[in-house]
Design a protein around this ligand. Structure first.
Ligand code: ADP
Ligand code: ZN
Ligand code: ZN
Length: 751
């Protein structure tokens, strides 16, 4: 037989060995080894046993056959990635920049392999029991008799019941097994990840009559599915237009074809309501994977997906890599969200990666949003994506009324509170009518920063070069760095000039709650931010509690604005709309528009129309005005014109190369050299902009310095070439020496 060789990526993250190594596949393993499976191999001079991933198999080798090592064995645990996911990993490596092993680990999110809980069952192995029963009676084998008679009634029972309730010893079970009377089988019992409350609603879908626009969209999808045409659709639907219903119906069409679907949601906080909605349609054929699950629980869900025991998997970004064998549809809800971009290398974008996975596997993609990303909308305009638009809320529900409050005016009139007079009046009114209120501020904590009124010094984290945020604690105030967690007591004097005129400025969720309690002592408040939701299920508890009407006012960060559906909320207050406007990057306008629109969408979901109050210091800003008018198109026109004028994505593409190191001077040298190297190698590429080296907004984090180069070009592939060129340069022995201790990261079109 022809000898076979496997290309194996070693499970060690190091640039120096970031390539495939060839191994002989021993004859006994030939039938087991597939692309994507995990193997044990001897590696290095000492032949240490390592694990690796098979990324390809061939029948020839370019190396000296006698020098090639042999695969030891196949890892029996862990879910082998189907070959197509390995191909996807290759694509991720090429397009986002990372080592192959990091890319592989990304598409295989279950790193620790944990066995499923195995449950053993006892079953009857014979058809005729009379004779055996008689025999046991004669011998007075009471335990055996008990088990036999129970099995006659129930056929199969769990071992736990046999040894527990029935009081039959395992020795007796073994004896009966040897007599051939019973068999013992094992079955994986998957850990349940949805709550009982959710499962109780299985198949209790509301009887909804789809409206015309929903019908026409679903019919179009059905047509494409029937013709085996796979596209990317952009579903642009205002909040409350019934997008979820469209998702559900499209998934149904895909399941009817024997295929499966992945639904991505932007954050864990949305899991509960999404899984509830989907369970009503698909029962236990839907499951969830996210980081809140233990690795064992996650392993089980991937295993179920691979076996085809579930049709729908819901989860954040990483759920995209669910190893379905027959993937038919990927849905990305709230596709504009920045959480779809990974913040660790490889910094892939789930939207682009989903489109690539769909291409590799012959599946469709639906991107949904009330505020599509400028990127996606542009592609929809150019015809690359199919655009579906839903302009109206279901059941003739009105969009909320919006009012912009100019905070400068408020100050001039002498109101120094975080709550404008207009908003205060509206709150009083809603409280008296027992309607609910949501107040949104994009900042947790108490004050956004602490500064000195004498010298202007802002208290910064000594490790990160960002301002520290004030938090209240029972024993006084503390300052916390939101980047590294560094915490200090609130200083009573300015650390820089010694003045006592030091205090907190700006606002956060805690401060708002305190202010509301002071202004409206009877109102019951709930707060939802990163500090109140650190425990498992705390999201659900707060949301359920608010949904039940346990509180009148829910105060929170952006966690509360995304997709939550509370029928009794008739007033939404956006306390400081400008907070996102000055983030200092090119997406600030888009982020502001999105947040305001989403927040506005939370008002008036029931029968009573809602009102939104937007408080701002910049009432004329285009993003704020467009959001107040709920006018996506006008926002898009202004924003995309600005982007192309400034040579930003999506018109242009941008690559940020960041280097991180302890030694500031060495870092500066490295970046200078990298700059020259790029310039030198791409001299004749027209319109290539190489900017820097520069300091990023966060020039120092956790005692490590950072420097960046910005590369811009219209053509994404040119940036990939630059990345490859830098990677090669970094691998060069001489450069490696000089750059030791410095890490380089790539970020394409940063969010
Ligand atoms: P979106 O995601 O677009 O904000 P949802 O999908 O959450 O909106 O829909 C809002 C509500 O409207 C949900 O409770 C949903 O069940 C309901 N709904 C959806 N389609 C219809 C319809 N055709 N008629 C009546 N109610 C609908
Ligand atoms: Zn000072
Ligand atoms: Zn810090």
């Amino acid at each position: 037989m022809q000898e076979l060789y496997a290309d194996v990526i070693i499970d060690i993250s190091h640039e120096a060995i970031d390539r495939a190594f060839q191994y002989v596949i021993p004859e006994k393993l030939v039938s087991q080894i597939r692309t994507g499976c995990q193997v044990n191999i001897p590696f290095g001079r000492g032949n240490t046993m390592r694990t690796g991933y098979v990324i390809g198999i061939s029948d020839r080798t370019e190396y000296d056959r006698t020098k090639i090592k042999t695969i030891d064995s196949v890892c029996t645990e862990g879910i082998a990635a189907p070959g197509r996911l390995v191909a996807l990993a290759g694509w991720i490596k090429e397009n986002y920049g990372s080592t192959m092993i990091n890319a592989l680990q990304t598409v295989m999110p279950v790193k620790k392999t944990v066995r499923s809980v195995v449950v053993r069952y006892v079953a009857l192995a014979v058809d005729e029991t009379d004779e055996i029963e008689y025999k046991y009676m004669k011998r007075n084998a009471r335990a055996k008799l008990r088990l036999l008679r129970t099995l006659k009634g129930e056929n199969i029972i769990p071992m736990s019941k046999v040894t527990g309730e029935l009081g039959v010893s395992s020795a007796t079970v073994k004896a009966m097994q040897e007599e051939g009377v019973i068999t013992v089988t094992e079955d994986s019992c998957y850990r349940k990840v949805t709550s009982d409350a959710v499962r109780k609603e299985a198949f209790m879908a509301p009887d909804i009559e789809l409206n015309d626009i929903q019908m026409s969209i679903i019919n179009e999808f059905q047509d494409d599915v029937d013709k085996d045409v796979h596209r990317t659709y952009l579903l642009h639907g205002v909040t409350g237009s019934g997008k979820t219903e469209v998702y559900v119906q499209c998934i149904r069409r895909v399941i009817e074809q024997g295929k499966q679907a992945i639904v991505l949601i932007p954050e864990i906080a949305l899991t509960y309501q999404t899984i509830k909605y989907f369970t009503r349609y698909f029962g236990e054929r839907v499951t969830v994977v996210n980081s809140r699950l233990s690795s064992g629980e996650r392993y089980d869900q991937f295993e179920r997906a691979k076996k085809g025991d579930v049709d729908v998997v819901i989860g954040p970004r990483s759920a995209l890599f669910t190893p379905f064998e027959r993937l038919g549809l990927i849905i990305i809800d709230e596709e504009h969200e920045s959480s779809y971009k990974s913040d660790n290398p490889p910094k892939y974008h789930a939207r682009e990666t989903a489109i690539e996975r769909a291409r590799l596997e012959g599946a469709s993609v639906i991107l949904g949003s009330a505020t599509p990303s400028v990127e996606s909308y542009k592609k929809a305009m150019s015809g690359e994506f199919r655009l579906w638009t839903m302009d109206e809320r279901v059941s003739d529900r009105k969009m909320a009324d919006t009012s912009i409050v100019d905070l400068r005016e408020e100050l001039r009139r002498g109101n120094r509170s975080i709550i404008s007079d207009e908003l205060a009046e509206d709150i009083t009114d809603r409280l008296s009518r027992h309607e609910q209120i949501m107040l949104f501020i994009n900042k947790r904590g108490f004050n956004s920063f602490v500064s000195c009124r004498n010298c202007g010094e802002v208290v910064k984290c000594p490790h990160c070069d960002v301002s520290m945020t004030k938090h209240m604690a029972s024993n006084g105030g503390k300052l916390v760095c939101h980047y590294c967690g560094y915490t200090v007591e609130e200083p009573s004097k300015c650390p820089s000039c010694g003045s006592r005129l030091i205090g907190g400025y700006g606002v956060g969720t805690e401060k708002v709650e305190q202010e509301i309690n002071r202004m409206f002592p009877v109102a019951r408040t709930l707060r939802m931010d990163k500090d109140t939701t650190s425990k498992k299920n705390s999201h659900e508890q707060i949301l359920e509690s608010f949904g039940r009407g346990d509180a009148d006012i829910l105060i929170g960060t952006q966690m509360i604005v995304k997709g939550h559906d509370f029928a009794n909320v008739t007033l939404v207050g956006i306390l400081l709309a400008d907070l996102t406007l000055f983030d200092g990057d090119y997406r600030a306008g888009e982020r502001t528009f999105d947040l305001l629109t989403q927040a506005a969408g939370r008002a008036g979901r029931g029968d009573v129309p809602g009102k939104v109050v937007i408080q701002t210091y910049k009432p004329d800003n285009y993003a704020i005005v467009a959001a107040a008018n709920q006018d996506y198109r006008s926002f898009y026109e202004t924003e995309s014109a600005y982007r192309s004028f400034m040579r930003y994505p999506p018109e242009w593409n941008m690559l940020v190369i960041m280097a991180v190191g302890e030694d500031e001077e060495q870092l500066a040298n490295t970046m200078d050299r990298m700059y020259s190297h790029i310039r030198g190698n791409h001299m004749n590429v027209r319109h290539l902009a190489v900017i820097g080296p520069a300091e990023p907004a966060l020039a120092k984090v956790k005692d490590l310095y950072r420097k960046v180069l910005y590369i811009k070009h219209r053509d994404y592939q040119v940036l990939v070439d630059v990345k490859n060129c830098v990677e090669e340069w970094l691998r060069d022995d001489e450069t490696r020496e000089i750059n030791s201790g410095i890490n380089v990261f790539f970020d394409f079109n940063p969010m």
